[in-house]
Ligand binder design. Structure first.
Ligand code: PRT
Ligand code: ZN
Length: 291
């Protein structure tokens, strides 16, 4: 394997964990060609001046802050806990979770202020400390590096503050959520000093690819037929980025309308389009979207 090349952009991603698969998928769908397998520490893109370092997620904020890497993909929870000085470049829309406070179901702790004078176990001492201060609650923060959810039953702490996704782990351990301390998702982070020289252009090209892929995910391409007299009403319904394309059809009085529709309002828009007289609605995913 070649050694790292000082001229290429470098991105640090999680080697093996919950963010790995979707990070690799995002890079590949953005047109970057590389091999990622096994115990590699880094890999080089075949069609772009980019090197990918595979590391533990906890090391990513510091690598990016110190300029070892120009970019990184890591959860908001980790980057906030590390207190690293990095730029938040893009939210990536996966790795969704939240850092939550929780206490045993049958305890006398039912809300955040009940934590006063209590012990709270967590792997996120900085995040928790900040939240408790904000809430004016004085509790003892106990640092635990794993299996935080079992600390109340071991009498190590009276409550916990940990990452929650579905909530199954909390329920299995008889714990009840008290409050959300931090919402988290995978982020693309960058070195605050930015990159200089030749790499700057590569960074812009890289970001255009990633953003094109991320944006495409948020929209659908929609085609439909409609009576010409329904066009004004349909145009009002379509929340597209620009005016829809309207084309005459061979059948007199009918038109074809093409537009993009944002994913979050997709079904509402479809219902309204049908009511307005649209027929034969076809929907396609968009692969890339460059504005
Ligand atoms: O080895 P390395 O240090 O790189 O990885 P890691 O073990 O520290 O992290 P990893 O791979 O578990 O998670 C990486 C990132 O994924 C986290 O930092 C979060 O940003 C994000 N993420 C998303 C999660 C979860 N969902 C999640 N559910 N991280 C952890 N969990 C844990 C949670 O704490 C609970 O214990 O998964 C368990 C199951 O969650 P429930 O609520 O679905 O039961
Ligand atoms: Zn980790």
């Amino acid at each position: 394997m070649n050694s790292l090349n000082g001229k290429s952009l470098k991105i640090a991603i999680q080697k093996s964990g919950r963010l790995t698969e979707q990070t690799i998928d995002l890079l590949k769908r953005s047109g970057l060609e590389f091999d990622a397998y096994g115990k590699q520490l880094f890999t080089t893109c075949r069609n772009f001046p980019l090197e990918i370092l595979f590391v533990r997620d906890d090391d990513i904020p510091e690598y990016v802050q110190d300029g070892v890497c120009d970019l990184g993909v890591v959860g908001t929870n980790v980057v906030t806990e590390k207190g690293a000085e990095v730029d938040f470049v893009e939210k990536l829309g996966f790795g969704m979770c939240r850092v939550c406070l929780a206490a045993p179901e049958n305890s006398d702790i039912n809300e955040v202020k009940d934590l006063e004078g209590k012990k709270v176990a967590t792997s996120y001492p900085r995040v928790l400390d900040g939240f408790l201060k904000e809430q004016g609650v004085d509790a003892e923060v106990i640092l635990v590096n794993g299996a935080v959810e079992i600390t109340p039953s071991l009498k190590v702490a009276e409550a916990i503050c940990d990452v929650v996704s579905t909530g199954t782990t909390l329920r299995t351990n008889g714990l009840c959520e008290l409050a959300t301390v931090l919402e988290s998702e995978a982020l693309l982070i960058g070195n605050p000093g930015g990159v200089k020289g030749e790499k700057k252009r590569d960074l812009e090209r890289f970001l255009m690819r990633i953003r094109g892929t991320l944006m495409a995910r948020q929209y659908r391409y929609v085609m439909m037929n409609a009576p010409g007299k329904a066009v004004t009403r349909i145009k009002k319904i379509l929340p597209g980025l620009s005016s829809p394309t309207v084309l005459p059809l061979a059948k007199k009085g009918m038109v074809a309308i093409h537009s993009v529709v944002p994913e979050p309002v997709f079904w509402d828009v479809m219902e309204q389009l049908k009511e307005a007289g649209a027929t034969g609605i076809l929907v396609q995913p968009i692969e890339k979207m460059i504005l």
